[in-house]
Design a protein around this ligand. Structure first.
Ligand SMILES: [Zn+2]
Length: 344
């Protein structure tokens, strides 16, 4: 596969900040499929963040936001919207602790929210496989329902922002589900480049990626029949881990076993994140459109850690990320994989 060759050709070590006796290495990496650029300097994790700090009052924020929370059991039925009877006569989808309902402030025509737990706050090691299974099954039901009513809505997204540094406005654990008519630009690139790779090489890029990463081992974390877990070579966020499904193209096609394995993998990664001192993250999916055969494209999910939720923190998204499409990273993917491998 070209992947290995491309890894070598893009791995440029730039030894070059000299200050007293310190030498820092900056590694330039490109995603082997899309060319997305990352720059890794692990020394940046140690840099001074002048404004950051203050007492850790996360517990206070949790207590303060619990009173009157829309997603807590005493309010959720009265204070969250319902789907129109045309889309879903029962108004909402309920499964286990999960309740799925329309987003009050949507940025898509089909944009839903689904809670993960009846508890207002959970530590990262308190989420269970069962909670996630219920949530993913309810989300899939919504995706299929939308597509049945509107065939053009066929690009499903399942995403989880956790705590304010990730962009979450509500502390209570929840995911969002969007079903769009067109892919987002990054998904469009992944689908297009995967198709092009298949046309040129007659092979599925994602299958090859798993094989190469398993063989080289540096970023490989673990796998089972459903999915492989790998630290991304060129991450778009710190501690980025991808879960690549085998032989499945889109979210609606996940069967019971694959859903359970997905949920279990997320629970393990969250346990590892907790051990690494992380409390905020984004988890996203890159799904092919519904009904597409998984010949050239396999469904994947990615998770990144975000700055620690504390009274004042320094954002990890600066001008390089917001305007130049370059991801400045302070965690080495190979070290992330090494740390997580034992849990898989
Ligand atoms: Zn709540």
């Amino acid at each position: 596969m070209e992947f290995r060759k491309e890894i070598k050709s893009t791995e440029i070590l730039s030894p070059l900040v000299q200050f007293e006796s310190e030498v820092q290495l900056i590694e330039y990496r490109e995603d082997p499929l899309t060319g997305s650029q990352s720059r890794i300097n692990v020394a940046r994790a140690e840099r001074a963040r002048q404004a950051q700090g203050g007492e850790v009052k996360v517990k206070e924020v949790i207590e303060r936001t619990r009173a009157g929370c829309f997603f807590c059991p005493e309010n959720i039925v009265q204070r969250t919207p319902k789907f129109s009877p045309k889309l879903f006569p029962e108004g909402r989808i309920k499964r286990g602790e999960c309740l799925l309902f329309p987003n009050l402030y949507p940025f898509a025509e089909y944009h839903a929210v689904a809670t993960l737990s009846e508890r207002h706050f959970l530590e990262l090691d308190e989420f269970t496989t069962e909670m996630l299974v219920d949530n993913i099954i309810a989300s899939r039901e919504y995706i299929v329902l939308v597509h049945q009513k509107d065939e053009e809505a066929k690009y499903p997204v399942w995403i989880w922002n956790h705590l304010p540094p990730s962009g979450a406005s509500i502390v209570h654990p929840h995911v969002q589900i969007v079903v769009d008519r067109a892919p987002t630009p990054e998904l469009g690139r992944l689908l297009g480049e995967s198709e092009e790779y298949f046309r040129r090489h007659g092979r599925n890029y994602w299958r090859e990626l798993i094989e190469v990463e398993r063989e080289t081992g540096e970023r490989y974390i673990g796998e089972n029949d459903s999915l492989a877990v790998i630290a991304s070579y060129a991450p778009r966020g710190n501690r980025e881990v991808q879960m690549i499904f085998k032989g499945v193209g889109n979210l609606a096609d996940l069967d019971e076993r694959q859903t359970r394995d997905f949920a279990a993998a997320i629970v393990k990664i969250l346990h590892c994140y907790k051990g690494m001192g992380v409390n905020s993250f984004n988890l996203i999916t890159y799904s092919a459109p519904l009904k597409q055969r998984p010949d050239h494209y396999w469904l994947s999910a990615r998770i990144i850690s975000r700055p620690l939720f504390q009274p004042v923190y320094t954002s990890d998204a600066g001008f390089m990320e917001r305007f130049y499409d370059v991801w400045v990273i302070e965690t080495l993917p190979e070290a992330v994989a090494r740390e997580m491998r034992a849990s898989f």
